[in-house]
Design a protein around this ligand. Sequence first.
Ligand code: SF4
Length: 259
Amino acid sequence: MSIFSKVKDKLEDLRRPGYFKKYDHKFTMVIDLDRCNGCGACVAACYAENNLPVVGKEECGKSRALNWIRIERYVEGEYPDVKVKFIPVMCQHCSKAPCETACPVYATYHNQDGLNVQVYNRCVGTFTCATYCPYDARRFNWFTYKRDKPLDEQYNPDVSVREMGIMEKGTFCIQRIRAAKDKAKDEKRALKDGDVTPACAQACPTGAMVFGDLNDPESMVSKLAKSPRRFRLLEELNTDPSVIYLKRVMKDGSGTSEE
Ligand code: SF4
């Protein structure tokens, strides 16, 4: 087959309706807000796993912290009758991600696992993706942050260390997904539920975070995603996020709206 016929076939493939929707997996995270107590273990685990720099108090004051997950805190009511609520927010891996349409150099795109990925080598730091992201999930490296010895030995060798001018955001621990897929391939079997656990879900002491493949009807996330308590952040924007939250249950048994 000539190269021209191959290209023609590929173009025809691309024109097929729904081609880009046929993900091999649809990795999804379900976060039960009834279990979240705002401890921040997920934030610390994400720092350790993904080589996030600790930028210091002064830089944090300039909104330059590089955390990929943040715990949003809400206080409802008047003192002393107040209710404190927490909601962990990270990149929502939107299926219709505004950041992807924004990037002028295609440094961010959707892969076959339904993930929004970031190509660091291609990023030129225009900041456009961060402007388009309605979840404030993206972080910019204002400097090349170095770890003093012996803390440099803490670097996770499976994750690249980013330099000045690079935009970054949560990846659902793509390195763990890759390792689990490789292991399953070596063992000549399909990826099964529970094979991948991102660092945040692993560290969560209350088991509030569950990760898995929404394409697998038997996976835990598929079951939890059917909960009547489910909602997604800013759903009205039609970004189709891959993070599903479960509402808190109040004393009277009703769910509360956390949007
Ligand atoms: Fe892009 Fe923001 Fe959606 Fe993540 S949450 S996929 S950075 S638009």
